[in-house]
Design a protein around this ligand. Sequence first.
Ligand SMILES: C[S@@+](CC[C@H](N)C(=O)[O-])C[C@H]1O[C@@H](n2cnc3c(N)ncnc32)[C@H](O)[C@@H]1O
Length: 200
Amino acid sequence: MSYRILAAIVLFLAGFLPSPASPIFSLLAAAFPGGGPLSQESLAPYVPTPQPVVDRMLALAEVTSKDVVYDLGCGDGRIVITAAQKYGAHGVGVDIDPVRVREANENARRAGVEKLVRFIEKDALNVDVSGATVVTLYLLSSSNLKLRPILTRQLKPGARIVSHAFSMGDWRPSKEETLTDGEGFNRTIYLWKADGVVRP
Ligand SMILES: C[S@@+](CC[C@H](N)C(=O)[O-])C[C@H]1O[C@@H](n2cnc3c(N)ncnc32)[C@H](O)[C@@H]1O
């Protein structure tokens, strides 16, 4: 094949690649209401929190049966499932990965807490968290910072935010705790309390 023909094929194909400005991109985005795979941004890869750390996160937040615990990026659902099992709390897990949401629903059914918890496939940056009294996070520092204005605008004063491993910029936590997990690694947990101040 001559160089000219090859170049023509490459240019032709390039014309069909969707760019954010192209109508093809808009059509694909419209096909995925609520923010489809093209508009969703990964806030962290899937790495589950070890169970002893989950237990400490919930204890640090002083979760009770009156709480509604949201885990943004819920993975296999272990945090909200544990909150339901141990404390009788209601819970909502949010994840962009449908495999994780299916797994979380299955785990909730096996744990017998499916009436207390629900899992939704959605971008955590587009979720209404105003009903949460506790929000748990195991994302990245940069992702926590993206969520900070949303959380501080929507959460009611007194709501708690607990993050495994990652802080939230210059917003100093009201508590910080380091524990050693089952494999001998140190894990830090941060706790903030919503106080009505919106932090950009
Ligand atoms: C580090 S894992 C934490 C899982 C769980 N919270 C835990 O502590 O065991 C991060 C999770 O966030 C999810 N995730 C990444 N980006 C997301 C986004 N934009 N919206 C919702 N979930 C997201 C990933 O699919 C993954 O399951």
